[in-house]
Write a protein that binds this ligand. Structure first.
Ligand code: HEM
Length: 311
């Protein structure tokens, strides 16, 4: 970027965890692109400003553009690595694709504010889009997944979050943007709770109550953390920033898994390792207890990219 100011990232990408979240998936109506572009810019700007206004409640959020719809919205330039969700399947391990045009992700420590803002955003899009899916997430205990295991412990911390999550100079037009993957995982908790504690811990490769990592040699090759802890050919660990939260109600509950990263490749390799395993039959045993219902790929451009189009 030389001496130019860095484009401003959308603040929900690297934000720390919150108590509540709302996920809105929209599809655009036909032929509305010209009106929708300024509307998208306004919504992203609105979310950005609320981050200051509701700083006491740690409000944050971002708006992502679906991989399949990017070219319709912004035909002039495309993020270099943007592609549809890498759907995959082996045995009874399924990672299906379910794409949406727009993803609005807002989080806050006050549920009433989120509810208000979600309605406001829906109004701002007027008749331009259809709301096709909505979920609400919540912090469970001390940031645990509904399986009872702490989720997010090994996430990048501090400024490392930006390093991992935001596109840098490698793609000039899209600096401070992020590749985002979302999978809604529905857990089979009655099956999970029948599993003895030690077997549960073996599945994550960590202890449950204290959240302590197993020694490397004690981690089963089929454990979740073994399957997703990958290295590139130079020996560097592949990293993503996870912004997942539990979601749902009695009827259907699980994890809204959200990966944000400066490249889509890390998520894809991890998912492949979970579903297809290591080539020696070791796939991720966590997948026997949860089922991915959706799989979507988005790019979350910088605020400055989006507001070029606000008329
Ligand atoms: C680690 C839960 C899906 C990538 C973990 C941990 C838990 C967990 C409890 C250990 C604590 C931590 O470091 O956060 C889940 C659940 C999932 C899920 C319940 C789905 C239902 C995924 C997917 C990916 C992924 C789809 C990537 C494709 C990771 C990574 C780590 C991790 C990179 C850190 C591993 C390490 O460095 O030790 N997950 N996860 N997870 N998970 Fe997942």
């Amino acid at each position: 970027m030389g001496n130019q100011a860095m484009p401003r990232e959308q603040l929900g990408i690297c934000a720390e965890g919150n108590l509540h979240s709302v996920y809105l998936m929209f599809n655009a109506n036909d032929g509305v692109e010209d009106q929708l572009r300024p509307s998208i810019a306004n919504v992203a700007q609105y979310i950005y400003e609320l981050t200051d206004q509701y700083a006491d409640s740690a409000f944050n959020g971002f708006l992502g553009i679906g991989a399949n719809f990017w070219d319709t919205f912004y035909p002039e330039a495309r993020p270099a690595l943007l592609k549809p969700f890498p759907a995959m399947n082996e045995g009874n391990r399924d990672a299906p694709a379910m794409e949406y045009d727009l993803f609005v992700h807002i989080r806050c420590d006050r549920y009433d504010i989120l509810h208000l803002v979600a309605n406001e955003i829906n109004q701002m899009f007027e008749d331009l889009v259809e709301l096709v899916d909505e979920e609400r997430g919540f912090r469970f205990m001390d940031s645990r997944d509904l399986t009872g295991f702490v989720d997010g412990t090994e996430n990048p911390k501090g400024r490392q979050r930006q390093q991992v999550a935001l596109v840098g100079d490698e793609d000039e037009d899209f600096v401070s943007g992020s590749y985002v993957h979302v999978q809604k995982y529905m857990h089979n908790l009655s099956k999970w709770h029948r599993l003895p504690l030690k077997k549960q811990e073996d599945i994550f490769g960590r202890t449950k109550v204290d959240d302590i990592e197993y020694e490397s040699e004690d981690k089963p090759l089929t454990s979740h953390t073994k399957r997703v802890n990958l290295k590139d050919p130079q020996g560097n660990t592949l990293e993503i920033l996870r912004q997942s939260m539990p979601y749902g109600s009695i009827r259907e509950q699980g994890l809204m898994f959200i990966s944000v990263c400066r490249t889509p490749e890390h998520f894809e390799q991890m998912l492949r390792s979970m579903v297809h395993g290591d080539g020696h039959g070791n796939h991720d045993h966590l997948m026997q207890f949860t089922k991915a219902l959706t799989g979507s790929s988005f790019f979350v451009p910088s605020l400055d990219f989006l507001t070029q189009f606000d008329d």
